[in-house]
Design a protein around this ligand. Structure first.
Ligand code: GLA
Length: 749
């Protein structure tokens, strides 16, 4: 997959879907030459223009060649201060206070498979699944050695990139910026997509024309955040869901990040991404090095859906690990919206009994089981069961669930501490805090200093003690505020700029130790919902609670936006009560169920209070979900309509089982409209020559057959060839109610 031509200095990374080409120019400079559809060979049909550009200076060696300037050349890991004025990939401050360095190509290595990144989450692959190119660059004065890593995967349109920066000199230096990747594209005829949001309204898609100058998607919150996501896409102006060139970038990093684009004077586009350099500093003594997080770079000639397919594939098979990677996930009931902090053994046991009766498989006990926690003012850090609420301890509640044939799960928020806690009273210096200023609060809680080994050991020990003493099958790992006052009592002044990064590295250390020592537990990460929904967290925990907003209609956009990068099996999605607790909306149970079936399905409501009629409906939803679950969770996912397209009033999702035997199509119409346009849904990825038999589920008749009042449109029991379903499509029956949802299940004959 990786070829090197010594004569031309060209490295050609190629699989069946794409080529990525680099070139060593003038024996020194590592340039980007091409990324797109696969090429037979790169012979330089588009040589660099030899133009004298005024105000674009020359490196000393080329003083007399005014056509040569790094300012106008496409580079793979550009520096600043030495003839290139665009966004640099890295920057250092040397002992003498200067920031100029000069990077030259030194050598390369090609390895089978994918080397691990020490202390960091990253993609992994077997020797027959990927090849990795390591390019060694060195500073002309020997002060820095940088190793760029490029992995190309067989059968997936992804390049994984990262950089390792070493102080190869004799004096200490300060790293000011260390991007995971930089990329120069030859023009700027792109739209830019990013995902913006807030707590309970995560990952809304925004598409705007790429502008001249610098634009940035970034988090400064110490977490990947609800407000933005470590993802960016550039797509051709005419590209859409299923056609056109798209370049997607996602970081395998859960801390603050920056993804910048710069369209410069001659119309080229630079993309640079990695840890946010805003507050980043890293002190490097001679011989020490810093490894950047990994970036996943996707090229798709098949629009956003093609990009998402590649991200889903890499996340599912090369990021997520462990027993649950390829296993369907249990249907759960979580007591948070059912009881909040007000629960005891009896309530939990009633929930368990009802859950069992409905067909639910896992009972989750959320916040409030530890210390003396009755509300969110106290006890974080004291991971000891509150026997006032749970008289028989965790053992009791877990065993009563197990006796009923349910799995049992528990909530933790281990990175935090309440001021009213034994932990804080014993270790007030264990929190992030500026030495001479008062500390800042978020949800009445403080953030533990995970850059400290003693804090990390405490977290690992106290969480493992619970996991090892009660029979726990599932853990929800929460993080309910962002970093402020990010200073550590343990580090010297010159290392305080490392704290925000060390916090995340410390978290990864804790997660690795806990998840690897408990391989049978299913872990779900959470940060007030989807505030840390990123590929870094998914390396340790295979699913994430997508949002604290459980309203089905809000979830259509949250889950559609999330699906740009992450596959449905990574998204926790639950049915909740109406009126909904976040937005007060009343939606039909079936709509709530169909929206939640897109992800790891569950209930987040007091199921013991449902009427018999509701229970009957829920039983039928659960039975249906169990039947289609392998397709929904392990199959391929396609967006046919999203709240970000058209009028935003319709959503349609298609799921295709891996073997192509089962297809599930779900359609939602948010508001009924008079004189509504007809809606045809054209399916994706069917076998044109195969026949598919249709079963349909409509709002009019619940989980029975469709067509009430629309008999002519009933497809129930009929069979169609794949080509007709793809090219002519399915007509959605007329809808005369708000918040309607339809489902069609197609079986290949
Ligand atoms: C966060 C989570 C919720 C719930 C609460 C408990 O907000 O996202 O699901 O666990 O914490 O305090």
């Amino acid at each position: 997959m990786i070829q090197y031509d010594e004569k031309t200095g060209v490295f050609h990374l190629r699989n069946e879907q794409m080529s990525y080409v680099l070139q060593v120019v003038r024996g020194r400079y590592l340039m980007h030459r091409y990324w797109g559809r696969p090429l037979h060979a790169f012979r330089d049909s588009r040589p660099f223009q030899q133009i004298d550009r005024s105000f674009s200076p020359q490196p000393a060696a080329y003083e007399n060649d005014r056509t040569f300037s790094l300012d106008v050349l496409p580079q793979e890991y550009p520096s600043y201060g030495h003839t290139d004025y665009r966004i640099p990939a890295y920057e250092v401050r040397l002992k003498d206070g200067t920031t100029t360095t000069e990077l030259f190509y030194k050598s390369y290595e090609i390895q089978q498979g994918k080397p691990a990144l020490s202390g960091l989450p990253a993609s992994y692959a077997g020797d027959d699944e990927a090849e990795t190119l390591l390019i060694h660059l060195e500073d002309s004065k020997g002060k820095l050695a940088i190793c760029l890593s490029y992995t190309i995967f067989a059968g997936v349109n992804v390049i994984a990139r990262s950089a390792k920066i070493e102080n190869s000199g004799t004096e200490a230096l300060e790293l000011l910026n260390a991007a995971s990747f930089a990329l120069d594209l030859p023009d700027h005829d792109y739209d830019r997509i990013n995902l913006w949001g807030g707590h309970a309204s995560e990952r809304n898609m925004e598409r705007v024309p790429l502008m001249h100058g610098i634009e940035e998607s970034a988090s400064r919150r110490g977490a990947s955040s609800h407000q933005t996501s470590p993802f960016l896409a550039l797509l051709r102006r005419d590209a859409g869901e299923t056609q056109g060139d798209v370049y997607g970038f996602a970081l395998v990093w859960s801390g603050e990040f920056s993804l910048k684009t710069e369209v410069e004077q001659f119309g080229t586009t630079r993309v640079v991404g990695g840890i946010n350099p805003f507050e980043f500093r890293w002190h490097l003594e001679p011989g020490e090095s810093f490894q950047t997080p990994e970036a996943l770079l996707v090229y798709s000639p098949e629009g956003l859906n093609g990009m998402s397919q590649s991200f889903h594939e890499i996340v599912r098979h090369h990021i997520v690990r462990g027993k649950y990677r390829d296993a369907v996930r249990p249907i759960l009931v979580n007591n948070w919206e059912a009881t909040y902090f007000d629960f005891d053994d009896a309530k939990m046991d009633n929930l368990a009994a009802c859950a069992k009766d409905l067909g639910i498989e896992l009972l989750v006990l959320d916040d409030g089981w530890f210390g003396k926690r009755e509300d969110d003012n106290s006890s974080l850090g004291d991971w000891v069961v509150n026997t006032g609420k749970l008289k028989k301890g965790l053992q009791g509640v877990a065993e009563s669930a197990h006796k009923r044939g349910l799995k049992f799960g528990l909530w933790f928020e281990p990175e935090m501490v309440s001021v009213d806690s034994d932990l804080y009273r014993a270790h007030p210096d264990w929190v992030l805090k500026a030495p001479s200023y008062p500390v800042s609060f978020g949800r009445h809680q403080l953030v533990l200093d995970l850059s400290r080994a003693d804090v990390r050991d405490y977290i690992v020990d106290s969480v493992c003690k619970i996991l090892d003493t009660a029979p726990i099958d599932y853990v929800k790992w929460d993080f309910n505020r962002h970093l402020t006052d990010a200073f550590s009592a343990k580090l010297p002044p010159e290392r305080q700029g490392e704290v925000r990064t060390r916090f995340v590295l410390g978290l990864y250390d804790v997660l690795e130790r806990i998840t690897q020592s408990h391989p049978d537990i299913l872990f779900e990460s959470c940060s007030g919902g989807g505030g840390r929904f990123d590929a870094g967290m998914l390396h340790y925990m295979p699913q994430t609670w997508t949002s604290d907003d459980t309203d089905a209609i809000c979830r259509l956009s949250i889950q559609s936006g999330t699906s740009l990068v992450f596959p449905p099996i990574t998204m926790g999605a639950h049915v909740s009560v109406t009126p909904n607790h976040q937005v007060g909306r009343v939606t039909p149970m079936q709509t709530r169920a169909f929206a939640a079936m897109m992800g790891c399905y569950g209930y987040e409501m007091d199921i013991t209070r449902m009427s018999e009629e509701e229970k009957t409906e829920v039983r039928s939803h659960i039975a249906l979900y169990k039947k289609i679950r392998p397709t929904m969770q392990l199959g391929r996912f396609y967006r046919l309509l999203t709240p970000f397209s058209g009028t935003g009033n319709e959503t349609a999702w298609e799921f295709v089982s891996r073997d192509g035997q089962e297809i599930v199509l779900i359609y939602f119409k948010t508001l009924a409209t008079p004189a509504a346009e007809l809606r045809t849904l054209k399916l994706e990825q069917l076998d044109a020559a195969a026949e598919y038999e249709v079963t349909s589920y409509s709002p009019a008749r619940g989980l029975s057959h469709d067509g009430a009042g629309n008999k002519s449109l009933s497809l129930e029991g009929k069979s169609f060839y794949g080509d007709e379903l793809m090219y002519s499509g399915i007509e959605v029956p007329k809808i005369d109610t708000d918040f309607a949802a339809y489902m069609w299940v197609l079986e290949r004959k």
